[in-house]
Every structure is written in structure tokens, then in C-alpha cells.
Design a protein around this ligand. Structure first.
Ligand SMILES: NC(=O)c1nn(CC2CCNCC2)c2c1CCc1cnc(N=C3C=CCC=C3)nc1-2
Length: 334
């Protein structure tokens, strides 16, 4: 049954005249009004909620303990929580404020992205113009720079996991497949301990993740890199592959690798079978061709000593100021 706390009666919900109550330190579900379901996973449900003390909106991810234990996913849930806390206050990444639990459930209190997923915004207009593609792919690239310099690989980057806040800036979410990677020690990398080249991680426990069982995927696999499909070490460059697929989709309206059958789609990915529609922006095409490279170490950015200078300096981004994107007003989507 859905976790629905009783709507607060008037005595507790602050009215216009009565000042908001002081939020308690330790939260319980009764501190929130649970609204619509905004997401569902194999053992979690995400709700739009309102904090009764501050009236602030949050997304609360509710995980059923008995299911997590029965399916042996405790390590998986703990890893996602640790990565989300580690990434807190990282620009363009959804924020985990705090967690709490009761007898049956775990609760993750996360920032709420009022404008939902990027995908419906692309579908609504068919495809983005070059200005929108530059801006939004630019914000995704900056998010990937932060993630990868903090040694985190997302591994499931796709338009459904790129959310838009109330000001239409991105927030990347769903770190359920994310992994920490150990960068090799490399004196050439100038920035804060960022790893050299791409050092993969190929943890044994990958196989039991709910999202990815051997040779089959839960959810869409259109953005999955060839190395992930062929059990090669997954590296930050795997997120660059997905980044290339997303740029292609922003400009053309569809992902590059499409097929009714998952097997045929995997074939197309591992054989690099995709085409550009006529009229595809030439500079964007050149960038996508440099990202959708089967050898993960040959993708543009893969060997940057400072991430991702070679992508930032690509002609497609010639007039984009990456360092002030968060302060810029996003271009209209039409
Ligand atoms: N799995 C999660 O952690 C999660 N799932 N969602 C909703 C999913 C919907 C399908 N695509 C992936 C995301 C969220 C979060 C975190 C935090 C989070 C914050 N805001 C929203 N906002 C939405 C608003 C409208 C429609 C969908 C999501 N959603 C989430």
C-alpha cells in the first residue's frame, strides 16, 4: 500500500496567520504530506511531498525494507545513499538532504525537480534548436565534469534521468547504477586528484543489480555503451557515450540506436550502426562522431588532463560560457 500519512489536520498545519512550527530535528513521515507518485523502481516509490513545517516541496524516495532484505539489495541501497550524500551540493545533481526510517521503510528526502524529465520537453517540440542543445548539453557536460572528478560514474545517463528544476536548469538523478571508480595515480592530471585516462571499475556485484541482469536490461538500454554490453571495464567514458547519444537525440528528436528488439539494438551499438538525418547540424555531428567511438579511450575527452577541456573547446560550443551556466537564464524551448 502506498505510504500515505494522514493529511494533517488544521491544528498542526501552519496557516497564514499561525507561524510555521519549528521543524523537529529527527523527521518522521508525519512531518510530510505525501502527494502524487512521481517515480517507481523495483523496490522504491518516489513521491512529491510537502514539509508541513516549512511548506517546502521535496521528492521522497520510499524503500520497502522487507523487499530490500529479501532481494539482498541492502548493499546496493547503501551505496546509492552514500554516493548521493557524497555528491550533495554538487551543481546540476539532485541533492539528498537527509534520510530517516520507520519499522517498514527507508525514506530519502531529495530535492524536487518541478519541471520533470528532459525527455518530454524534447518530445513536446520534436527536437531542440542548436541554442537549446548547446545550453542543456553544456549543463550535462559540467555535471559530468563534477561527477567524474569526484570519481563517480553514473552508468545510466539518459534523458529520463535528467530532470529540470523550477528555473529549467538540469538536475541529474537516479544514482542507483552509479559506481565509484579508482583513478590511477597520474601526475599529469592537474585537477583535484582526478584520475588519469579512464580507469575502469568492474565490480563483481554488478551482475546482481536490479537494473542489469546478465544479458538483459531493466528499462531502456538505448544509451548503454558498447563496453557495458561486452563486460569490459566501465569507465567515466561510458557516460561520455551516453552524452553523445543525448546530444544526437536533442538535435534529431530520436536516440541514435533504435530497434524494436533489445538484441538488435545491442548489435547496432556494438557495430556502431547509426546514421545522421539530413539537416543535422554539422558541428554537432562532428562532436557526436567523436563521442560515439567504440574504443572508450579514444572518445573525445577520455584522455583530457583537465576534464573536459577538449569537449568544451569543440567548435560546437564556440560561444558557450560553461562557467556561468547556472547563473544564465535557460533559452526558451520551442
Ligand atoms: N529514483 C529516484 O531517486 C528518483 N526518481 N524520480 C522520478 C523519476 C521519474 C522517471 N525518470 C527518472 C526520475 C526522482 C528521483 C529523485 C529526485 C526527484 C526529484 N524530482 C523529480 N521530479 C519529477 C517531476 C515530475 C515528473 C517526474 C519527476 N523526480 C525525482
Amino acid at each position: 500500500t502506498a505510504v500515505m500519512t494522514p493529511t494533517t489536520n488544521n491544528s498542526t498545519s501552519p496557516s497564514a496567520t499561525m507561524p510555521a512550527t519549528v521543524p523537529p530535528t529527527k523527521r518522521t513521515p508525519n512531518d510530510f504530506i505525501f502527494g502524487k507518485v512521481i517515480g517507481e523502481g523495483s523496490f522504491s516509490t518516489v513521491y512529491l511531498t510537502k514539509d508541513i513545517h516549512t511548506q517546502k516541496e521535496f521528492a521522497i524516495k520510499v524503500c520497502e525494507k522487507h523487499y530490500i532484505i529479501r532481494e539482498k539489495k541492502t548493499e546496493y541501497v547503501k551505496r546509492e545513499k552514500d554516493i548521493l550524500f557524497y555528491l550533495s551540493n554538487t551543481p546540476f545533481i539532485v541533492r539528498l538532504y537527509y534520510t530517516f526510517q520507520d519499522a517498514e521503510r527507508l525514506y530519502f528526502v531529495l530535492s524536487y525537480a518541478k519541471n520533470g524529465e528532459l525527455l518530454p520537453h524534447i518530445n513536446k517540440v520534436g527536437s531542440f534548436d542548436v541554442e537549446c542543445t548547446k545550453f542543456y548539453s553544456g549543463e550535462i557536460l559540467v555535471a559530468l565534469e563534477y561527477l567524474h572528478n569526484m570519481n563517480v560514474i553514473h552508468r545510466d545517463l539518459k534523458p529520463e534521468n535528467i530532470l529540470l528544476d523550477e528555473n529549467m536548469h538540469i538536475m541529474i538523478t537516479d544514482f542507483g547504477s552509479a559506481k565509484m571508480f579508482k583513478p590511477p595515480i597520474d601526475r599529469n592530471r592537474a585537477r583535484n586528484g582526478a584520475g588519469a585516462g579512464m580507469n575502469g571499475c568492474n565490480d563483481d556485484d554488478d551482475d546482481d543489480e536490479p537494473r542489469r541482469r546478465k544479458n538483459s536490461f531493466v528499462g531502456t538500454a538505448q544509451y548503454v555503451s558498447p563496453e557495458l554490453l561486452t563486460d569490459k571495464p566501465v569507465t567515466p567514458s561510458s557516460d561520455l557515450w551516453a552524452f553523445g547519444c543525448i546530444i544526437y537525440q536533442m538535435i534529431s528528436g530520436l536516440p541514435p540506436f533504435r530497434s524494436r528488439s533489445e538484441y538488435l539494438m545491442f548489435q547496432k551499438i556494438t557495430k556502431l550502426e547509426y546514421e545522421f538525418p539530413s539537416g543535422f547540424c554539422d558541428k554537432a555531428r562532428d562532436l557526436v562522431e567523436k563521442l560515439l567511438v567504440l574504443d572508450s579511450e579514444k572518445r573525445i575527452g577520455a584522455k583530457d588532463s583537465v576534464r573536459y577541456t577538449s569537449i568544451r573547446s569543440h567548435p560546437f560550443y564556440e560561444d558557450l560560457d560553461f562557467d556561468t551556466l547556472q547563473q544564465q537564464t535557460p533559452p526558451p524551448i520551442y
